[in-house]
Design a protein. Structure first.
Length: 316
């Protein structure tokens, strides 16, 4: 019998209490004439908060913010193609590149009529995707909320973690796509406060990536990290990095788990240089999944930030 909570091949039943929504889908043109379904949440009403996840998460990462903030804001959270509840095509069906991700985000927001007063809430790869969209449409962006992410190349003071070097350099995909090492490893390393990732929450992060075919995006995201000119993502990252100062006049809030082994203290230091007037909050005992580790402390701070920077007086 088919589960009533089977969405895009993912059984939501074990974690329905954490993720109570039924997503909608936007059709996107793929390669070879394919039509792909991009999953997204669009909850609540008011000025839009747009949540963009990274790798290897999905819109589930934003569940606590969406549940609370949708009471008085419009909350939109997508699943990138190949991630979460979106379609997971092979390389023949989709171009797994940064440019495609930005195009998808742009298409979703255009289709939903979200063209002004946007607050971007960005984590991990979602930072570069969201900021590249913002560079295309700076007039649409009202506020930025950033969580352990980057808007620039690897800082000169740091280096790519060995885990990512290994995955990026492997001539074969067995660890990532065969054994799900990247997603499972993230569940071990990315949340550092004890007991935060319950069995149901772990299952939610694992569920969309249950086969070799369904782990393609997890692998391609790592391969898409640009380390030298000529890489397909290089020019986009360079453009975002060179224009970060344009956001110095925009309200920016930054949350940081200091035990992040990827977006570490070197990235945080770079943000302090690039956006010195941003509002910074750091936790010494939190990891890359800072929202899992410190959601009780982050949510009221986000609410306070939105209230402190109202959009023409319309925010609550």
């Amino acid at each position: 019998m088919t589960s009533p909570d089977l969405v895009s091949g993912v059984d939501l039943t074990p974690f329905r209490s954490e993720y109570p929504w039924t997503p909608s889908f936007l059709e996107r043109p793929g390669r070879d004439g394919r039509t792909l379904k991009l999953s997204y949440l669009d909850e609540g009403a008011g000025d839009p908060l747009v949540f963009v996840h990274g790798n290897p998460t999905w819109s589930f990462y934003w569940r606590r913010l969406v549940a609370d903030l949708s009471a008085d804001h419009r909350c939109i959270a997508l699943d990138h193609i190949g991630m979460g509840l979106s379609d997971k095509p092979d390389d023949a069906g989709y171009d797994y590149t940064l440019r495609s991700r930005v195009d998808d985000l742009e298409a979703l927001l255009d289709a939903r009529g979200v063209t002004e007063r946007i607050t971007l809430v960005l984590h991990d790869w979602g930072g570069m995707i969201g900021l590249a969209f913002a560079q295309r449409h700076p007039d649409r962006i009202a506020r930025l909320v950033l969580l352990n992410t980057a808007g620039f190349f690897l800082p000169s003071s740091g280096e790519l973690p060995w885990q990512l070097k290994l995955i990026k350099g492997l001539p074969f995909a067995v660890p990532v796509r065969g054994f799900n090492a990247f997603v499972r490893g993230a569940l071990i390393q990315c949340s550092t406060r004890p007991g935060r990732l319950t069995p149901a929450i772990k299952q939610a992060y694992l569920a969309p990536y249950d086969s070799w075919a369904n782990r393609i995006a997890v692998h391609r995201f790592v391969q898409d990290i640009p380390l030298a000119p000529g890489h397909p993502a290089w020019d986009i990252v360079q453009g975002v990095s060179e224009n970060l100062e344009q956001w110095r006049g925009t309200p920016v809030q930054i949350f940081w788990g200091m035990k992040d082994f990827v977006f570490d203290k070197h990235f945080l230091a770079e943000w302090r240089v690039r956006l010195p007037d941003a509002e910074f909050h750091t936790w010494d005992d939190c990891g890359h999944y800072v929202l899992e580790d410190a959601h009780e402390e982050i949510l009221p701070r986000v609410r306070g930030f939105l209230a402190a920077h109202p959009l023409n007086g319309t925010d609550p």
